[in-house]
Design a protein around this ligand. Structure first.
Ligand SMILES: Cc1ncc(COP(=O)(O)O)c(C=O)c1O
Length: 423
């Protein structure tokens, strides 16, 4: 039945103020952060919060070592350094990711080599890894994008065959599982982000480096505090003032650590609620012609950091591009009160830094390592197509629940049923 879209003056589907922001901040979170301030010596809290978070996250992951740091990018850089990668070495990275995955590689004068994605899972396509291997390749970095586990078995097999290390970018996938195994615990080292939007959130910035290997851990640890080895909260008291190598300032702060620790207690519950929300959307949106919902391989348990919807004009016999359809529908959904967004505008290798190979000056790190790696525009068509044809839907996080998802599904249905009003 024809219904006037909100964009054309009709009634808005989603009531104002119905969408709760993420992360949900509870009294326990407030108490946990406030407690950092209630002690006589706040310096003690640096040690307590950092060591407690390291232990609690390592326990959650079933891994030996964790170092909490101030960003996911820092954690990934520590993976690169921890593996002992050196200037001019190459790491294979998916072309569709947040560019920080590649930045963490460049931070160590190591060169990212990009490969395209599997269009169904939006993660790195294992079949494209082997052709990208050169004598300089030292590692591969699968990214569990949008909370969807990458296809780890073939990746680990290829890595073993070619003697490569595996760095997992688990920035978006805390608690996601592949064949029952936690993402982040399958490779040699992993970096997670606890930036505000992430499924394990610090409410601000933060990251978690993790590994099972003592040598990797020891090398990575040098990056946290200027190349020195100092326990958080023991600066000056125990400091040797002797740098063992080039380090950065990646130390995290006790307030965000206290917040993450509190959120970690609810990670599995929040992930489970988000999965219920997203499964409901998939069940209902997949019935609507012109929309594509996420494909979940049998062996994967995603956590839906983002819920993505694809647009297929062919199904509607429309002579427009998926991008045009997406943009029109997003505009109409916005008017209905469903907030959607676009995550990434370009495949990473098509971003300016790679096109110009500017790095940090004089064309480095490419020129100063005599790197022959190139970044051709148009060489990552699946990433480009995925970006053009998909949007993500805000508001899927708890405490938003099926009450909101039901209204979202109605809004999608209303817009798609009345598509002629906007095209
Ligand atoms: C896939 C991916 N990798 C790495 C990062 C970097 O994390 P951070 O922003 O905490 O440095 C992000 C953060 O958005 C990300 O989404």
């Amino acid at each position: 039945m024809a219904e006037k879209l909100a964009l054309k003056g009709g009634k808005k589907t989603v009531p104002a103020d119905m969408i709760h922001p993420w992360p949900e901040v509870t009294d326990e979170d407030r108490k946990a952060v406030a407690e950092v301030l209630t002690v006589a010596d706040i310096q003690e809290q640096q040690k307590i919060q950092s060591e407690s978070l390291a232990k609690e996250w390592a326990d959650y992951m079933g891994m030996k070592y964790c170092i909490p740091v101030n960003s996911g990018t820092a954690a990934l850089h520590m993976c690169v350094a921890g593996l002992g990668l050196e200037p001019g070495d190459e790491v294979i990275v998916p072309a569709f990711t947040f560019w920080a995955s590649a930045a963490a590689v460049l931070h160590h004068n190591v060169i990212p080599v990009f490969v395209d994605i599997d269009p169904k899972t939006f993660c790195i396509d294992p079949a494209l890894i082997e052709p990208a291997i050169t004598e300089r390749t030292k590692a591969v970095m699968p990214v569990h994008i949008h909370g969807m586990p990458a296809d780890m078995d073939p990746i680990l097999e290829i890595a073993k065959k070619h003697n490569l290390k595996v760095i997992e970018d688990v920035a978006q996938a805390h608690g996601a599982r592949y064949k029952g195994k936690l993402c982040g615990a399958m490779g040699d080292a992993a970096g997670a982000s606890t930036q505000r939007s992430k499924v394990l959130s610090s409410g601000s910035q933060g990251g978690l480096f993790m590994t099972d290997d003592e040598d990797i851990y020891k090398r990575a640890a040098l990056l946290e505090y200027f190349g020195e080895l100092v326990t958080p909260g023991r600066e000056r008291e125990e400091q040797e003032y002797n740098a063992y190598g080039l380090g950065w300032m990646y130390r995290d702060n006790p307030f965000s650590q206290a917040f993450v620790r509190s959120q970690l207690k609810r990670l599995d519950k929040n992930n489970a609620l988000r999965v219920v929300n997203c499964n409901y959307l998939t069940e209902n949106l997949s019935k609507i012609k012109g929309l594509e919902t996420p494909y979940v391989p049998e062996e994967c348990e995603p956590v839906y950091y983002n819920y993505v919807v694809g647009f297929n004009p062919d199904e509607l016999d429309m002579d427009i591009s998926p991008k045009q359809l997406r943009e029109k529908v997003q505009e109409a959904l916005g008017a209905e009160g469903v907030s959607t967004g676009q995550w990434q505008r370009l495949p990473v290798p098509e971003q300016e830094i790679f096109q110009a190979r500017v790095g940090y000056g004089k064309g480095c790190p490419w020129k100063c390592t005599d790197s022959k790696v190139t970044y051709e525009k148009g060489a990552y068509p699946r990433s480009s197509e995925f970006i053009a044809s998909h949007c993500y839907v805000f508001g899927i996080n708890p405490p938003n629940n099926l009450e909101l998802m039901k209204i979202y599904a109605e809004a999608f249905e209303k817009v798609m049923d009345n598509i002629d009003q906007i095209l």
